[in-house]
Design a protein around this ligand. Sequence first.
Ligand SMILES: [Zn+2]
Length: 410
Amino acid sequence: MQQLIQRLIRYAKIDTRSDETSNTIPTTQSQVDFAMMLVQELTDIGLSDVAYNKDNGFVTATLPSNMEQEVDTIGFIAHMDTADFNSKNIKPRVIESYDGKDIVLNEKENIVMSPDMFPNLSDYIDHTLIVTDGLTLLGADDKAGISEIIEAMIYLSEHPEIPHGKVRIAFGPDEEIGQGADNFDAQGFGAKFAYTVDGSRLGELEYECFNAASAVVTLTGVSVHPGTAKDKMINTSKLAFEFDQQLPQDEVPEKTEGYEGFYLLHDMENTIGHGKMIYIIRDHDRVKFEARKQHLLDIAHKMNESYGQEVVSVTLSDSYYNMAEIIKQDMTPVNVAKEAMKNCGIEPVIQPIRGGTDGSKISYMGIPTPNIFTGGENFHGQYEFVSGQNMLKAKETIVEIIKVVATQNT
Ligand SMILES: [Zn+2]
């Protein structure tokens, strides 16, 4: 466990935040630097085919099979970037055998992580926790995943008596801004199925995610001096209210859970004459997802008719789809992970993701890719932490998945 924790801390200290406004691949140079470091380390461990692909920013490597018979090649994937939150000067701190009380993250700034605010902390009594200094995120999302995959590869390299098939690993950029997997080389990766190691709590196993789209609503008004505006002015701010009022007011993120979809008004800017709103649309069900998009078009159509001119136009673009549509065709990857977790004494917790993963895109590229836990919690902010014990469980789950695949094929 110490080895895992030390690896995570070493990686966490490196600032690898992605940048939505950048057009390079990866979006930040720091991710390239981190990738180069990983290439060196994977080579030192003795993995084969270690490569950095500069066209897509992925680091890939192979643990060759040590069996005579053909066994399915499987893959493990994690991401190098961290979320849109302060990542400068990350100072991970280890808390040995957590006592269940308040954790003072930063005494000077009086930043405290308390079980009142985060009742989940009660699950971690006696655990070794890695926390932040309250000013940055930790980046266990997803450097815990990277560390667990690498430690699993080291374990198997050091235990040649454990039979295993070929294992491919990939560390990608820009997951947090939803772009990283767009250029993933699925054919080059060559796995029958894979797992992203990018989940949270112990036992998480996810193979359903949202269908996702964004809508840019462009509003065109008429700007006239207010003193002479009667029967002439069309104020786009009013158009924006009118448009949003026609959406189901309970179908928003703050009022939905489980399989309930939503519309989120993400951004808006308006002058009197010109306006723009950006919505994101999410639904697990493809039919309902398509209906949500159509609903936006219908509202625009109705408003244009009533104004007798085009005051609203909607441009839709799909971001990713629910990977369950692919994975449900052959549940082997899910069943293997379930069996592996049970072998490790972990109760699988299967739930729909209210978001997406790199696995959603990669599944649609032909490699079914569910998501498994890393052991971290409170991702994307200063209260992020990870349990050393659960990181170890994640590493064991990875090793066990590889073992299960080896025995299933023989
Ligand atoms: Zn992540």
